[in-house]
Design a protein around this ligand. Sequence first.
Ligand code: NDP
Ligand SMILES: N[C@@H](CC=O)C(=O)O
Ligand code: NA
Length: 371
Amino acid sequence: MLNVAIVGPGLVGGALIEQLVAHAQSSRFTTLPISVVGLINSKKMALSATSFSAASLGQWQTAILGDSAQPADMDWFANGLAGLKGATAVVDCTSSDVIAALYPKWLSWGLHVVTPNKKAFSSDLPLFQEIKQLSSSPRGPSVYHEATVGAGLPVLSTLNDLVRTGDQIIKIEGIFSGTLSYLFNNFSSPDATQTFSACVAEAKANGYTEPDPRDDLNGMDVARKVTILGRVAGLEIGIDTLPVENIVPESLRTVSTADEFMTRLPEFDSHFSDLNAKALQAQSVLRYVGFVDGVDGNSSVKLARYPLDHPFASLKGSDNIIAFTTKRFPNPLIVQGAGAGAAVTAFGVFSDLVKISERFGCTSSVDSSKF
Ligand SMILES: NC(=O)C1=CN([C@@H]2O[C@H](COP(=O)(O)OP(=O)(O)OC[C@H]3O[C@@H](n4cnc5c(N)ncnc54)[C@H](OP(=O)(O)O)[C@@H]3O)[C@@H](O)[C@H]2O)C=CC1
Ligand SMILES: N[C@@H](CC=O)C(=O)O
Ligand code: NA
């Protein structure tokens, strides 16, 4: 069995629990060797020497992290996990850099790490390098973070395969934000009618945005994804030096809460309508894009215009599109599909857990009411 502990059962972590329960309760599938033994959020925690039952996981808010749960203590929790028998994976579903900074300790204790949290891979280069080094041994602890770029889309696995087989990455270009894709697909097209602020509110309600939507609109979420792709491709790239276009209106950058930002955003609808009208007059649409330059180091993140017949102009919903131009693929290899949302992100995390369980030869018990 692969023991699994979920840190931050919020939108994505909660969807992961739902998918694990649904899988375990369906007779269509062979039981997976995955056993959920721990849950922790910023207030409460529960850790069990054996699996939680599917029934209690189905109501984890009351049955596991309810009133009787212990106060959260991450050190105690991780120590307990390190003491379990067999392979154990910590799934970090927070967006916390404090939690991300704990990965080296967890790895050095033999715990695997799976996460959609971008912080560890896109902040200081030494943290990324330390994590890479600690997870480099084929039979040692591993780190899987497919959902950090393009949510569940096979973006990092594709890039890793290209790199590991000796292809040369020339350029990776794409729309890497589900939020900004949804926003500009709906706001910037010849037949669009919605205001900019209404599109942002919808993206937030659909679960595409970061907990604070300014982290999407200021370009930092895309900058982090470009940094992760660049680093996985072998470049020494960082969010501090990457040119990033921040589209948050100047006077909203310093408002103290995400709620205040959302309330005041309609004041700036005419600014965005003007930008859009100019693009449409030039038979173009606005799209927020990221570039990884594998040759000259000119990676960037910006709001750009694309002609109406360009593939980026016809994207739908929250789709991401990622085009890898390489020595072997001069006509780019393209990955496209929903790039944000709880279900598709949880799928990316779930499939990483399955990979670890297979790689480390975990085998399942036959009782499908347990994990
Ligand atoms: N939404 C999406 O489409 C995608 C999201 N991601 C990434 O997935 C991650 C999760 O996003 P999402 O589910 O939307 O976030 P949420 O805000 O819904 O959930 C975050 C969870 O983390 C917990 N948490 C925060 N800080 C700590 C801490 N210090 N210790 C323990 N628990 C903590 C919160 O607990 P509490 O409630 O107690 O504060 C909450 O349970 C983020 O890193 C995001 O970037 C990646 C790809 C796509
Ligand atoms: N806020 C992000 C979520 C996934 O990384 C996005 O909109 O793409
Ligand atoms: Na992905």
